[in-house]
Write a new protein. Structure first.
Length: 237
């Protein structure tokens, strides 16, 4: 089978944490570090690494930080945010494999080009803690009357530690989620962001249960593998 590489524009990205402390938050531990996101030699797969920086942990402890704060600061997390933005209308496709560790929490999603438009524009391909056998699909929007964030979450049964092809199709009044070519969810909604410029994002954090794993020689590293495949206004890969 011949392989056609993804469009170069889909590989362009930025990450977080270069000029200050940014965290995954939402109940997770860790902080973003730009060097945790790397394009592998195959030219199409990104490795998004979560790792405990033991040297940083020891330094924080020597400077007087508590064990909990030193751990929080020393768990390095990845983020990948695509630079290609396009109105949501059309098909967005990725491939992703999560590590087999339930200490990892991740989200792969569409995010609005203009952060101030959020929650309009956020659609989650997958979201949640690895290892549950389920993952969350979701659409977000502002309540038309109050402007407060609203959403429509729905879990699907899926082992995210296996390679899967994920696809979200957006049409006016309609959003569909596919996994490996199979329709897994269909939502008729007036909030489909078909005309909102969005881009692909993958982020990860560390579940607080990792505190239970601690011992004096504790080392920890996990890798998420990710491939951006297709986006509107680009030739198909």
């Amino acid at each position: 089978m011949s392989f056609q590489p993804p469009h170069a524009a889909l590989l362009a990205y930025r990450t977080y944490g270069g000029w200050g402390v940014q965290r995954p938050e939402h109940g997770t531990l860790g902080r973003y570090s730009p060097d945790m996101t790397k394009l592998l030699p195959d030219g199409r797969t990104f490795a998004l690494t979560l790792r405990l920086d033991r040297a940083a942990y020891q330094l924080y402890r020597e400077l007087g930080a508590s064990h909990e704060q030193a751990l929080h600061n020393s768990l390095l997390c990845p983020a990948w945010a695509g630079l290609h933005n396009a109105p949501g209308h059309g098909s967005w496709e990725i491939e992703l494999q999560a590590p087999s560790s339930d200490r990892v929490e991740l989200v792969a999603m569409l995010w609005p080009q203009n952060d101030r438009e959020w929650p309009l524009g956020e659609i989650n391909f997958v979201e949640g803690r690895v290892g549950s056998g389920q993952t969350l699909t979701n659409l977000h929007w502002p309540d038309p009357e109050t402007g407060s964030p609203d959403h429509s979450p729905e879990e699907i049964h899926l082992d995210v530690t296996q390679w899967h092809h994920y696809q979200v199709d957006i049409d006016p009044g309609h959003v569909r989620w596919f996994v490996d070519g199979r329709l897994r969810r269909e939502l008729h909604t007036p909030h489909a962001p078909h005309d909102v410029p969005v881009h692909l994002v993958v982020q990860a954090g560390v579940n607080p249960a990792i505190r239970d794993d601690w011992h004096d020689d504790f080392e920890w590293e996990q890798n998420i593998l990710f491939r951006p495949l297709r986006a509107p206004q680009l030739p198909r890969a």
